[in-house]
Design a protein around this ligand. Structure first.
Ligand code: SAH
Ligand code: SF4
Ligand code: F3S
Length: 494
């Protein structure tokens, strides 16, 4: 079959899609060049806001129409909207509501079950792939597949196992590497702990092996991904398993390094990945860290490790302590300010970015003014602004009132966006005249321009001759910045 995967959501989902693609490849399926040529369509979904879910429903309407003409088209869903791996043929009580309620959907699978895709597809397919088999054999196979699928639905295999699938990376020089799954923070507005389950660290040995293989193949930039990467190794499940994530790795360390490792497992992990600098790793990034777990040792690591970039994406969510408390964020605005002060003391030109939610339950105009004030104080050079969207099953949806009217949420969003736009332009302006290292991601033959990111994670475009442009993709170039726009920089190759 030809497959097409549509990915929505965060870095974790993009990384997961690479594993789904690899699993499909192993089963003999290949990627469709165009969406319309696919006979297997998979959504990797995001539930963080209603908007993301609505996009899936919208697309399913169009696909549903296509399916009336192309009866063999298979449609599946994975990612954060899915709760139970199941197909239209699963027993009703074991069906996920997406399979039960949405006619065009043939199967859904929890991402942890990506390794079982072969069985799931067999179960979901209307016709067995080999038509020439006789009826009895056919019935037996379907019965077998049905039994297998039922087992998948009931048993939760070890949730980390799917990370063993070697991904089909979408780039040769940049990669996401998952280091943990789930989240234990339970911020009251957030669906992630329900969609992704409890936090669990991926074994260090496996993370390092994946990073090493990537660098050997020419990867220059690795982003470690997880929901709260800097709590790596500290979750309840990690403690329960006797810190199994360190086995096979900790034993290789000296006694004093072992002690250090026990105190700061995330820093220890970064230190190990950083050693790949000698083999060609140029940049190490991670997303997202949580302010609560941002230790001094981690800040110091930024100044010490060669590959760590001067970009700090640290979600704050709100500037009012009352709102932060209701969100269950475990820090105050003053704590956050202190953290940024420490970072800037060590790395003065650091790019500092954040996530903010406006219009959370009970957020008064005064509370919002505090967020605005914090923005003006900290001057994040970039921020992702979201309007609060109640998510079914979360604490805020069950116990608080979504009491900020839509129009007021929009007003707050625009007020913050105005400050953000200015702040982003101001930061970019400071870069004029400087020479930045740009990892070139693409070349546009129509405009004769290359585009890539600086170590600060800023988007930089620069002209390149048609004869050379494409060959620069995947290389690191020194680019002198000549112009600063709101969201990007223009420069010239040096
Ligand atoms: N693990 C990361 C964030 C993951 S979700 C962290 O804790 O920082 C990405 C962003 O989506 C969040 O930072 C938050 O700003 C936003 N978000 C999460 N739930 C939301 C909701 N219910 N409504 C609006 N925005 C939300
Ligand atoms: Fe959601 Fe909070 Fe976990 Fe981030 S830390 S994923 S916002 S629960
Ligand atoms: Fe969305 Fe799930 Fe990521 S809800 S933000 S895709 S963890």
């Amino acid at each position: 079959m030809k497959y097409y995967i549509q990915t929505l959501g965060c870095a974790m989902n993009y990384s997961d899609s690479e594993r789904v693609a690899a699993a499909l490849g192993k089963l003999g399926h290949s990627p469709a060049k165009k969406e319309s040529e696919a006979d297997l369509y998979i959504f990797n979904t995001c539930s963080i806001r209603q908007k993301g879910e609505d996009r899936v429903y919208g697309k399913l309407m169009t696909l549903g129409e296509r399916k009336q003409r192309e009866k063999d088209l298979l449609i599946g869903i994975t990612g954060c909207m899915v709760r139970k791996t199941s197909t239209k043929k699963s027993p009703r009580e074991k069906m996920d509501k997406l399979v039960r309620d949405l006619k065009p959907v043939d199967f859904v699978f929890r991402i942890e079950d990506a390794g079982e895709l072969g069985k799931i597809l067999k179960m979901a397919a209307k016709k067995p792939s080999v038509r020439a088999i006789n009826k009895a054999a056919k019935a037996k196979r379907i019965r077998g597949a049905a039994k297998a699928a039922r087992e998948i639905v009931t048993d939760s295999v070890d949730r980390l196992d799917y990370l063993d699938i070697a991904p089909k990376y979408s780039s040769g020089f940049q990669a996401f590497v998952p280091i943990q799954i789930g989240c234990d923070k339970f911020c009251t507005y957030c669906i992630v702990p329900y969609a992704r389950g409890r936090e669990q660290a991926r074994p260090i040995k496996e993370i390092l092996a994946e990073c090493r293989t990537l660098v050997e193949k020419g990867c220059k930039e690795i982003t470690l991904v997880g929901q709260t990467v800097n709590s790596y190794g500290r979750s309840d499940l990690d403690k329960k398993s006797g810190h199994a994530y360190g086995r096979g790795f900790v034993e290789t360390l000296t006694k004093s390094a072992q002690l250090q490792f026990a105190k700061e497992p995330f820093v220890a992990l970064l230190t190990e990945v950083d050693k790949l600098h000698a083999q060609g790793l140029n940049r190490l990034r991670f997303t997202s860290p949580h302010p609560y777990d941002y230790s001094d040792a981690l800040i110091k690591a930024h100044a010490k490790l060669k590959t760590l970039t001067p970009h700090f994406h640290i979600p704050v969510q709100a500037g009012s302590d009352e709102t932060l408390k209701r969100m269950n964020r475990r820090y105050s605005a003053a704590d956050y300010k202190k953290l940024i002060k420490k970072i800037r003391a060590l790395i003065p030109d650091a790019s500092v970015t954040t996530d903010i939610i406006v219009g959370f339950c009970g957020e008064t105009k005064k509370d919002f003014e505090k967020t605005l004030k914090l923005y003006k104080d900290i001057k994040w050079d970039m921020a992702y602004l979201a309007r609060y969207s109640p998510r079914p099953g979360t604490v805020s949806q069950k116990f608080f009132k979504d009491d900020v009217p839509r129009a007021e949420k929009a007003r707050r969003w625009h007020a913050l966006n105005t400050v953000l736009t200015k702040s982003s332009r101001d930061y970019n302006k400071k870069l004029i005249g400087k020479t930045l290292e740009v990892l070139v991601e693409k070349y546009d033959a129509r405009t004769n321009e290359c585009e890539g990111k600086s170590r600060e994670n800023k988007l930089v475009q620069f002209p390149a001759p048609a004869s050379k442009g494409l060959s620069l993709v995947g290389t690191i170039q020194k680019v002198k910045i000549t112009k600063a726009l709101e969201w990007n920089l223009k420069g010239e190759i040096r």
